[in-house]
Design a protein around this ligand. Structure first.
Ligand SMILES: Cc1ncc(COP(=O)(O)O)c(C=O)c1O
Ligand SMILES: N[C@@H](CCCC[NH3+])C(=O)O
Length: 427
């Protein structure tokens, strides 16, 4: 018996040439549940969480899982049971975390466009904090809270103008981004918010971007945040918690982000040095908790040799895995069964889906030894894949399985076509 680990995927390995997630064979799971199929490792998610927990040992810290990365109920339940709070960005996300058993007081609500209805719903549920993103939102939240006879707990999300050195679509902490309140306007905005009777200032927040693989942007952002906390407190407004957002990257293609515990060791050093070491901390990690825990299994439908390109057409598509089309993102693609001879017969293919768009690709120029009927696994598909999937081309959303050791649990069935047309009316 031979076990071969895959880089960056601690719970995905070949055993006797068959790809496994923990103790479950992906070939067997895809025979039972069909393809495309998302398969997640519970141990991988809990290990990723443990790295943050180690980093915060002995500190007053709360890990609020940014559920937009993967909002499957069973995954939310797993993090809720592990003691996490949640970072949400819509009423729909609030409904999901509450359905999964989350403690509302550990929920924080981010996003630049919260509606009055969403604010009211979150106030009614008793969430822990609104991360307010504009001066206009401050006034609306104050009005909504007063109308309900409540006070809304708030942090102001600061845009620290730090370059996270990531894809421009997932950078959020630069002046040109729509997120947060400009660093220079932060103090006056706190002073305004603190004077409003419907609001209670509890913290400060930032989130500078996603898939960050360097520590410098975090260290710079922390300096800027602590400067602000000092000036806000000097103006007589106490800041009970510091929320430092999420954004830590994962290994997709040889990326080497810092480990969560090592990064936080450095950041806590900064907090300690400036006397903020005992302040309550919050973070909002998404991708780094779930990204490397998931794979998407897909079956090869057709091999299509061409004059300029060879295509390997699979049954997963941009509606299941939108990241390549949206950000030219790279996901490793590996066979579910390793061929007897690794080198002979391998060719270079574009791996593409059935959707009617030239942008429907999963991998460009991949060297594979495949034929129709074979299965492939798209790696690092735990974050921003299922949660960004759609029914484009009226394709059903894929099923999802959570693996726990040798056990597998179907946590979401493939959509039915009846589900897709429910709620629509013929004229
Ligand atoms: C406000 C906020 N918090 C947290 C996250 C989670 O980011 P990531 O999945 O990169 O950790 C995001 C997404 O970038 C976000 O917009
Ligand atoms: N959807 C992005 C991350 C967005 C983070 C949310 N602000 C991705 O797949 O990389």
């Amino acid at each position: 018996m031979s076990a071969t680990l895959l880089p960056g995927q601690p719970h995905v390995h070949y055993e006797n040439s068959q790809l496994h997630v923990e103790g479950c064979s992906l070939d067997a799971l895809s025979i039972t549940h069909g393809t495309p199929l998302f398969v997640y490792s519970k141990a991988s998610m809990l290990d990723a969480l443990a790295a943050y927990q180690r980093g915060f040992a002995g500190r007053n810290a709360r890990i609020c899982y940014a559920m937009k990365a993967n909002s499957s109920l069973a995954i939310l339940q797993l993090f809720a049971k592990a003691g996490c709070g949640f970072d949400i960005v819509s009423e729909g996300e609030l409904a999901r975390v509450l359905a999964a058993g989350a403690d509302a007081s550990k929920v924080i609500f981010s996003g630049v466009g919260k509606t009055r209805a969403e604010m009211a719903c979150a106030l009614e549920a008793g969430i822990g904090c609104f991360n307010v993103e504009s001066e206009a939102e401050i006034d609306v939240l104050n009005e909504v809270a007063l109308g309900m006879g409540k006070q809304a707990p708030i942090s102001i999300r600061v845009n620290p103008n730090v370059d996270p050195k990531t894809h421009p679509y997932i950078s959020t902490g630069l002046k040109g981004n729509k997120f947060g309140i400009a660093h220079e306007r932060t103090l006056m905005t706190y002073q305004r918010a603190a004077a409003l009777p419907g609001l209670k200032v509890v913290g400060i927040d930032c989130h500078i971007g996603s898939q960050i693989t360097e520590e410098t942007p975090y260290l710079d952002a922390m300096d800027r945040m602590l400067d602000l906390v000092e000036s806000i407190e000097a103006a007589g407004i106490p800041i009970h918690h510091i929320d430092f957002g999420g954004g830590l990257g994962i290994n997709y293609n040889g990326d080497t982000p810092p480990a969560a515990d090592a990064l936080w060791h450095k950041l806590l050093g900064k907090l300690d040095a400036r006397g903020f070491g005992q302040r309550q901390l919050m973070i909002e990690p998404g991708r780094s908790l779930v990204g490397n825990a998931g794979v998407c299994v897909t079956e090869v439908l057709y091999m299509k040799p061409g004059e300029q390109k060879n295509f390997c057409i699979v049954d997963a598509a941009m509606n299941d895995l939108p990241r390549p089309a949206m950000y030219q993102a790279f996901h490793s693609i590996v066979p579910v069964k390793q061929a007897a001879s690794q080198s002979s017969g391998a060719e270079v293919f574009d791996v593409v889906g059935p959707v009617c768009e030239s942008g429907d690709w999963i991998g460009h120029d991949r060297t594979l030894q495949v034929q129709s009927g074979d299965k492939l696994a798209v790696l690092s598909a735990g974050a921003y894949c299922m949660s960004m999937s759609s029914n484009y081309n009226s394709r059903p959303k894929a099923a999802e399985v959570l693996v726990d050791g040798a056990h597998s649990h179907l946590i979401r069935q493939r959509d039915s076509f009846a589900d897709q047309i429910r709620g629509e009316k013929l004229l």
